[in-house]
Design a protein around this ligand. Sequence first.
Ligand code: GTP
Ligand code: MG
Length: 204
Amino acid sequence: MKIKKSEFITSATKKEDYPIEVLPEVAFVGRSNVGKSSLINMLLNRKKLAKTSSTPGKTRLINFFSIDDKFRFVDLPGYGYAKVSKVQKEKWDKYISDYLKYREYLLSIFVLVDSRMPPTSLDIKMIDMVKELGYEVNIILTKVDKIKNNQLSKMKKILIKDYEIKKENIVECSSLKRIGKYDFWDHLNDIFEKNSIEVRMERQ
Ligand code: GTP
Ligand code: MG
């Protein structure tokens, strides 16, 4: 299936405001500025569906996007943005963790990690949380246009060896250079199949 329609559905902070229509959801989490919103745009061949910014802290709510009324992408606020108050940070962290903990339609979680540096303590905390909640950890290494191939191999080794991520669950991406789209859709198709969801996406 080629994407015919991708649309913004709603923004929410608390669970009462999440969409009620039963559809599987794929969530994107990661440090502020790591490239979550840009990735969603790249994957959906849209320029400005999810709002992006060069300054961290752009996405402040949980944003839901529907793809051909078959499944949803969920763009979450980033964590670890230093320039906001502790109270604000705690609020965002609660939006994220409540969503991940309580969302019954959540099918799969992608943790975005900047390919230029080893996972930060907050990335590790997120990876642990995903595992504790019983989800498989899928990693997207972002901004690979900014690093050399040997650095990228090193990063992948660290993730596999030190954080026990499965090799096949790591996708390398660059939204700038449009790298990783095919790998992502192939991987998501595998996830759909494993969960007996009858959706099969073409390479977009
Ligand atoms: P928050 O909403 O603040 O949590 O950030 P985010 O994770 O959604 O990041 P966003 O997509 O807004 O991108 C942050 C910055 O990184 C923007 O300036 C993007 O242009 C840039 N960026 C995103 N993806 C890439 C990429 O693949 N390569 C490069 N070089 N820059 C990127
Ligand atoms: Mg964002």
